[in-house]
Design a protein around this ligand. Structure first.
Ligand code: TEU
Length: 547
């Protein structure tokens, strides 16, 4: 599949557009907005899970992989969405959650009812001699990662919430089920798959305490992971070159990613890694704040770009998703330079080597939610950590501040369509509150403003289709030790692209090579190229030349 010149748009359906006024976004709402995607120019819509689910983790707790949750619509509506999107040359990418199922899944219910076949679908383990959990591993959502089942006198593993039981991929019957599910959706004309935390599925042979960390070193990029991905590839999507796949890789390594996404490795088309989104974690702790480390960010981008390129492996490029705070509030300045910084961040990502992902609302410069009360939060992780941090003695005021920076709900507020009630997202009461700034920041205003963030995204997408070096070029870092600027060059046949991004709200000077370039795109009035240039706050320029 040729995915180098494609762009993926991520939809969190619950917060995207509510077509029936129940306060929850739905699949018909996506159909209603298809013209918007055509206007934007994107190629794939990755839709986060809308399968039957108790919604403990907003659909990442799947109860039935082949049925649509009635909250979101019906199979008929989904089929219509697939067809209507195709008419616009847009394909649907489904989000497959195969590390775990909901504890309400039929398999888990049977396991709990002592059906041995289904017990082997999950990871059940006896407790220690004193009856405590088999290991000291910590769940990603807080607390111990094992849950006791009285009737079985046994524990099951849950790397996430206790209602998300981890599947046993070492059981061939589980892999058969997974292949069947993928093929079921493939037959419906789905040409894209995103695999949730796929690098966590291969667990160790024996389970032991982790005295160095939270247990992740025992199951991250686990012993059989490459084998299993090759198997899934071969038995499902690998025989159809129209299909693109992306794996979400938690705490992964470059060495593993070059294999997951290597052109000749037959695993996945590309990977998400999250290292660049931890540069503002104090002591690597998500819930401890610090301002972002620019040097580390640049270093990570350069290392991953070069490392993946060297092995002919492909990156997914992104700042935002439904688990992350908004980039403009995090790496930009949503007060003084909201448009300039949002555009700079977009350019920095879109012009690197890889496939860009846009998360709903990012393209209009949506900001963090700045909720002031714990009651406004909906996310299971945020609520769990509110309680954990409180137990640790942090004041409620401080916790609210931490959540304003770190909560996943920052990215889950209703899409801001216009300045009408609830940002035009719903005619009912939204399941999560809209952000106060929706009267200024919304799609309608953005469409009417030539200089909007939205138009900048449209330009970036258009350029990717017109200028080959953006899609296919090699990456070389430039002025690596500059304290404020992230700059790089891309080269392809007779084309060259030079991109400079000032990551700060103050002016700075760059020294570049003596050369002649034209300006393709910028976030200030068009600039001409000079060897020495003074950049404006958050200025970002894309220069181009053809030999
Ligand atoms: O996310 C995996 C994941 O690692 C994040 O949830 C991460 O742990 C969290 O953001 C840390 O703060 C995926 C999905 O994207 C997420 O929405 C799900 O909750 C999770 O898997 C479980 O399925």
């Amino acid at each position: 599949m040729n995915f180098e010149n494609k762009v993926v748009y991520q939809i969190y359906p619950k917060s995207f557009y509510d077509s029936d006024g129940d306060g929850v976004g739905d699949l018909q709402g996506i159909i209603d907005k298809l013209d918007y995607f055509e206007y934007l120019g994107v190629d794939y819509l990755w839709i986060t899970p809308f399968f039957v689910s108790p919604q403990r983790d907003n659909g990442y707790d799947v109860e039935d992989y082949r049925a649509i949750d009635p909250r979101f619509g019906t199979m008929e509506i989904l089929e219509k969405l697939i067809q209507e999107a195709k008419k616009r040359n847009i394909d649907i990418m489904l989000d497959m959650v195969f590390n775990h199922t909901s504890t309400r899944h039929a398999w888990f219910r049977k396991a709990i009812a002592n059906d041995k076949k289904y017990q082997d679908y999950y990871i059940f383990h006896q407790g220690k001699e004193d009856g405590s959990a088999p290991t000291n591993w910590v769940s990603k959502f807080g607390g111990n990662a094992w849950e006791y089942v009285k009737g079985l006198d046994s524990y099951y593993l849950h790397l996430f919430d206790k209602t998300q039981a981890d599947l046993n991929w070492d059981n061939p019957a589980v892999r058969d089920e997974i292949c069947d599910i993928i093929n079921f959706w493939k037959e419906k004309g789905v040409y894209g798959f995103r695999f949730d935390v796929i690098n966590l599925v291969s667990k160790p042979e024996t389970f032991e305490d982790d005295f160095e960390g939270d247990g992740r070193r025992f199951y991250t990029d686990g012993r059989n992971i490459h084998k299993y991905l090759k198997e899934i590839n071969q038995r499902t999507f690998g025989n159809d070159e129209r299909i693109i796949t992306v794996g979400e890789m938690s705490s992964t390594s470059l060495d593993n990613c070059v294999k997951y996404a290597g052109k000749n490795d037959h695993e996945l088309s590309m990977v998400f890694n999250f290292h660049h989104l931890k540069v503002d974690y104090k002591d690597k702790q998500k819930w401890a704040l610090k301002s972002f480390d620019f040097e580390e960010l640049k270093d990570l981008f350069n290392t991953w770009q070069l490392g993946m390129q060297k092995q002919d492996a492909w990156n997914a490029l992104f700042w935002c998703n439904h688990d992350q705070p908004r980039a403009v509030s995090r790496f930009g300045d949503d007060q003084q330079y909201p448009k300039e910084s949002a555009k700079m961040l977009a350019t920095a990502i879109h012009c690197m080597r890889g496939t860009p992902y846009i998360y709903q609302g990012e393209e209009i410069g949506m900001t963090n939610a700045y909720f002031t009360d714990i009651k406004q939060y909906r996310d299971v992780e945020s609520i769990n950590y509110f309680n954990i941090l409180k137990q640790e003695g942090l004041s409620e005021e401080k916790i609210v501040h931490v959540l304003q920076e770190r909560s996943r709900d920052n990215g889950r507020t209703p899409m801001q369509w216009d300045d009408s009630l609830h940002a035009g997202f719903t005619s009912g009461t939204p399941w999560i509150q809209e952000i106060f700034n929706y009267r200024e920041i919304n799609v309608k205003n953005s469409m009417n403003d030539e200089a909007s963030v939205l138009n900048h995204y449209r330009n970036l997408i258009k350029l990717r289709k017109e200028v080959d070096v953006i899609a296919y070029g090699d990456f070389t870092p430039l002025i690596e030790d500059h304290t404020h600027v992230f700059a790089y060059k891309r080269t392809y046949l007779n084309e060259e692209l030079l991109v400079v991004n000032n990551f700060y709200g103050e002016k700075t000077t760059v020294e570049l090579e003596e050369d002649v370039y034209t300006c393709l795109l910028s976030n200030y009035p068009t600039r001409s190229y000079h060897k020495t240039m003074e950049l404006q706050p958050y200025e970002s320029i894309v220069f181009y030349k053809k030999k």
